[in-house]
Design a protein around this ligand. Structure first.
Ligand code: WTA
Length: 655
């Protein structure tokens, strides 16, 4: 010990320049269009040697995740890092006691972060601003938690949250987690059918909503959508309504309560314990569209999800104490859960939440916000980039974007043209773009670079530490370089879904049966000879519309609920801005006549039932749908026909 101290004092290391950081990857020559990280980026990055960490995590998966978990606080430590005795029902940090809110909020109150901004919010019209230090955030979460508890909600109960992008949605999520209730957030852009189905399936007793939300200057009547949904969900006992837009709403006595009135009662005051949970206790469910049937509830847990979101954000976006992080997603999707709320707060970061969209009232709105708040890391979706790119460079160039130091994208493949625009115009040709591939099911980034990894436009580069991905054929055999196949993940990871809530069997068949021992992602992809992954798209009946995940089955069942429709099929086709658009084929009931007006009515019908994001681009009337002899619609054939492509193997076609 003494010698060590002595040598430290005696031999100061003098360097003319900072230590030379050489990511090993740079030594290799990569093929194609490659963007190497600048010296400045490498100097700034917390993790300089990607290869070294990747190698050690590959050798010792448990060791890697255990070290990550040790950076957070636990009420009681785990007996096992990973229990894989009941595959594919993996368990992480078994025996440990924890609560994600203890790490996302409570623990910061003991440090200087108590006074650091946790959340900054701006309204759509730019006239309202609210910000909360970690101290202030905790106050809000405690008050909301006390109110939720007063409604009889207990550990393990489900609470549906259906709101606009306002700070109270964050408080509501954290408040549920704090008391051990399971939150089920439903995207505020969904409508009656989607909301009712999710409330019913989750058996929520409480719904938290707002009177309305703003969208492009118009009011979305959230409360009346809740009212309509609850006609089908009599089990809901209470509704908490946050006043946001100040419109007239129906309040049902005994069931509906204004949040601001509850806050004025003694109920809200006083302390609220953060409940000690088992690491494997449920944190939330989030409904997402699968290959068939109704949306399914993906279940995430306190311990593993916490470690996964903490660690991925730390390494991939290199979150530092003075950063101002902005993820433009909606809290109602997994991206908002993991990277507006939990990931940033677990890292003690400042997270920015914006109520509005990218181009209202004008296409400079986001760039204005970056300048106004000094955003340093900006994370958005390719569809938004393509949409904004269309308005030209003059909008971003009106604003000083020099606070930015890192960029990111998520949700769908980014086309190289959009990547280059983002890189050149928003990133000034200097900022690395983290193209993060992941899913509701994975909870956290899975295939992603970190700032020191050389980038190729359109590729998410390589799997995150501890993960290995593979491209396989129908039989599960690994395919060669640059060959399209199914993307599978080989290793378990802490933030993985634990099951489909209430349907263990579907969890096994959906994700683990096609290639035993491997997780089926539902995506097709290629791997190049540098080991970089290139996502092509979904191979199942999921459509990514503007990065939003929808199922063909949802659109089809909305269509057949219209009295004129006998049968319907929906497919996703390439769309310049949205990535994919929804195209539908409709067979009318006898006596109904096809017309442009009816097509328009059906498009509107889908928007009213599911939500405006599901509005089909086109409704085409047909006499017949291609089906297999067992009666399954062959969407693959419809897709090929619509694009004028070969129809492939049609031996099972009924005609
Ligand atoms: C797609 C969103 C290409 C993919 C976090 C995946 C991506 C689905 C990327 C999951 C990306 C997500 N590049 N495709 N960077 N990120 N996807 O559950 O098809 O809404 O399977 O989660 O989005 O969508 P989800």
């Amino acid at each position: 010990m003494a010698t060590k101290t002595k040598s430290k004092v005696a031999k100061p290391v003098r360097r003319a320049s900072p230590p030379k950081a050489r990511p090993v990857a740079k030594a290799r020559k990569l093929s194609g269009e490659v963007y190497y990280p600048s010296k400045k980026v490498i100097e700034q990055a917390r993790l300089k040697d990607w290869d070294k960490l990747a190698k050690s995590a590959k050798k010792d998966l448990r060791g890697f995740w255990e070290a990550e978990a040790n950076e957070l606080e636990w009420f009681g430590k785990w007996k096992k890092v990973l229990d894989d005795s009941k595959k594919p029902f993996y368990k992480w940090f078994t025996g440990a006691k924890v609560n994600i809110v203890h790490n996302a909020v409570d623990r910061h109150l003991k440090s200087y972060r108590k006074n650091k901004l946790a959340l900054i919010w701006e309204s759509e019209d730019g006239k309202d601003h609210r910000s909360f230090s970690y101290f202030g955030l905790n106050r809000q979460v405690v008050r909301m938690a006390n109110v939720i508890k007063s409604m009889g909600v207990k550990k393990g109960d489900r609470v549906t949250i259906y709101m606009g992008r306002i700070p109270e949605i964050v408080f509501a999520m954290l408040a549920c987690a704090k008391i051990g209730a399971i939150h089920s957030v439903v995207f505020g852009g969904f409508s009656v059918d989607s909301l009712a189905g999710r409330i019913e399936d989750s058996k929520s007793k409480l719904v938290i909503t707002c009177d309305g939300s703003f969208q492009n200057g118009k009011i979305v009547q959230l409360k009346s959508i809740v009212d309509d949904s609850l006609k089908r969900c009599p089990a809901v006992e209470n509704v908490i309504v946050v006043k946001r837009v100040g419109n007239e709403v129906n309040m049902e006595t005994g069931r509906d309560h204004w949040y601001h009135e509850l806050l004025e009662t003694p109920i809200a005051d006083g302390k609220c314990e953060t409940v000690q949970m088992d690491a494997e206790d449920p944190l939330f469910i989030l409904y997402t569209s699968g290959s068939t049937g109704k949306p399914k509830a993906i279940l995430h847990t306190h311990g593993g999800y916490m470690v996964g979101t903490y660690s991925t954000l730390k390494y991939v976006f290199d979150i530092q104490d003075d950063d101002r992080w902005w993820c433009t997603a909606d809290p109602g999707w997994i991206t908002g859960h993991s990277y507006i709320v939990y990931g940033p707060m677990l890292n003690g970061a400042t997270s920015f939440l914006f109520e509005g969209g990218p181009s209202y009232p004008e296409p400079n709105r986001w760039w204005q916000v970056i300048e106004r708040y000094g955003i340093t890391i900006f994370y958005t979706a390719p569809t938004a980039i393509r949409g904004l790119m269309r308005f030209g460079d003059s909008w971003p160039s009106k604003h000083d974007l020099s606070s930015l130091r890192l960029l990111g994208t998520v949700g769908e493949p980014i086309n190289p043209e959009a990547w280059r625009w983002y890189h050149r115009v928003i990133g000034g040709e200097k900022l690395p773009i983290m193209d993060t591939w992941w899913q509701t099911e994975t909870g956290a980034f899975m295939i992603t670079p970190t700032p020191v990894v050389p980038l190729k436009p359109g590729s998410g580069t390589r799997p995150f530490f501890g993960q290995e991905a593979e491209i396989v054929d129908e039989q599960g055999k690994t395919v060669g370089d640059d060959t399209e196949g199914y993307l599978v993940l080989k290793n378990p990871w802490p933030a993985m879904l634990r099951t489909i809530y209430g349907d263990d069997e579907r969890y096994v068949t959906q994700y683990w049966s096609k290639y035993p021992g491997k997780y089926t992602t539902g995506d097709s992809a290629k791997r190049d000879k540098d080991g970089y992954f290139w996502i092509i798209g979904r191979v199942d009946d999921v459509i990514k519309v503007s990065g939003h995940r929808l199922g063909t089955a949802e659109v089809e069942s909305a269509l057949v609920s219209h009295p004129a429709v006998a049968e319907a099929a929906a497919i996703g086709l390439p769309h310049e801005i949205k990535g994919q658009g929804i195209y539908t084929f409709v067979l009318l009931r006898a006596g109904k006549v096809a017309s442009a007006e009816l097509a328009e009515e059906l498009r509107q019908h889908v928007a009213t039932h599911i939500g405006p994001i599901a509005r089909p681009e086109e409704v085409r009337f047909v006499d017949k749908l291609p089906k297999t002899r067992s009666g399954k619609i062959m969407r693959r054939v419809l897709k090929a026909r619509a694009q004028g492509l070969p129809e492939g193997d049609i031996s099972t076609l009924e005609e």
